[in-house]
Design a protein around this ligand. Structure first.
Ligand code: CP
Length: 310
């Protein structure tokens, strides 16, 4: 694995290895001792075109705890695609740092970075995918069902909401790890046909479903996943989106349809009372804060593998 732009381009074996390293580093940290400084002398450049809490802190803290350092670059100083072309930025950075991580509006900028960088390029969220999030999502499921990848096989993950970047990465990682995935979305917010075909090309044995009926979708779910109905950059669509997603809130009434003892996940930030209620978010099935904390550990696993050859 040279870069980490997409789950589709990452093998199941590489995903499992990153998760194994992530758990080992978390266990080491849980003993109360510092992690071995396996990234000493390594620097990660982090470029953000969009706001972030979890991703920014988890990547920077992961570098710190593994003995390396991170340099934060804001869009105003870099001017990605405006002040300077993505390829030129990558060619400059890869001569100075050991890895480039970026959160971008346009996924093509990440592809351009990777084409022009001999150092690893990491997707910290693009309009197309959020693969770093999906690693923490799976860690949280493994905390629940067992660390062995076999414990995930056949589990049914139901994403209720928009067929967005988070949902695409989650669907793809479910397929790579032998899980079933259902997207329950309004008709106009389903996955693109091309993406649905790609999932089944990459994971031909996967059980992959789409529905517009969330109550039916959650009946046999092992995990139900929520995300905002209005992602960053879609603020001008807020009114139409909130109207379209009426009936897609994860609330107690929806969860009454579930027959399994499921867990509830949310990548955060959450808009409480919109896509998820307080009672679910703070209720016994919620694992959303463990999931957020797992961002740190998943990032460590990823950075240790990409920058430290773990
Ligand atoms: N889930 C997630 O990526 O959070 P941030 O946008 O705060 O980084």
């Amino acid at each position: 694995m040279k870069h980490f732009l997409n789950i589709a381009d990452t093998s199941g074996a590489d995903i499992e290895h990153v998760l194994e390293v992530a758990f080992a580093l978390r266990d080491e940290r849980d003993t109360g001792k510092a992690n071995h400084p396996i990234l000493a002398g390594k620097t990660l450049a982090m470029l953000f075109e969009k706001p972030s809490l979890r991703t920014r802190v988890s990547f920077e803290q992961a570098m710190n705890e593994l003995g390396g350092q991170a340099i934060l670059l804001g869009q105003h100083e870099v001017g990605l695609g405006k002040r300077e072309a993505a390829g030129d930025i990558a060619r400059v950075l890869c001569g100075m740092v050991h890895g480039i991580a970026a959160r971008v509006y346009d996924h093509r900028h990440l592809i351009e970075f990777a084409e022009h960088s001999d150092k690893p390029v990491i997707n910290m969220l693009s309009d197309w995918a959020h693969p770093a999030q999906s690693l923490a999502d799976v860690m949280t499921m493994m905390d629940e069902w067992g660390r062995d990848a076999a414990a995930l096989k056949g589990r049914h993950i139901v994403f209720v909401g928009d067929g967005n970047n988070v949902a695409r990465s989650l669907a793809m990682i479910c397929g790579k790890l032998g899980m079933k995935f259902t997207l329950a979305s309004p008709r106009d917010y389903a996955f693109e046909d091309a993406f649905a075909r790609r999932v089944l090309d990459v994971c031909p044995a996967m059980e992959f479903n789409a529905t517009h009926d969330p109550a039916n979708a959650v009946v046999y779910a092992d995990a139900v996943y929520a995300d905002t109905f209005v992602s960053m950059g879609q603020e001008d669509q807020k009114a139409s989106r909130l109207a379209a997603f009426a009936g897609f809130q994860i609330n107690d009434e929806l969860l009454r349809h579930a027959q399994n003892e499921l867990i509830v996940l949310h990548c955060l930030p959450a808009y409480r009372g919109i896509e998820i209620t307080d009672s679910v978010m703070d209720g016994p099935a919620s694992r959303v804060f463990r999931q957020a904390h797992n961002r740190l550990h998943a990032q460590k696993g990823l950075l240790a593998v990409l920058l430290g050859n773990a």
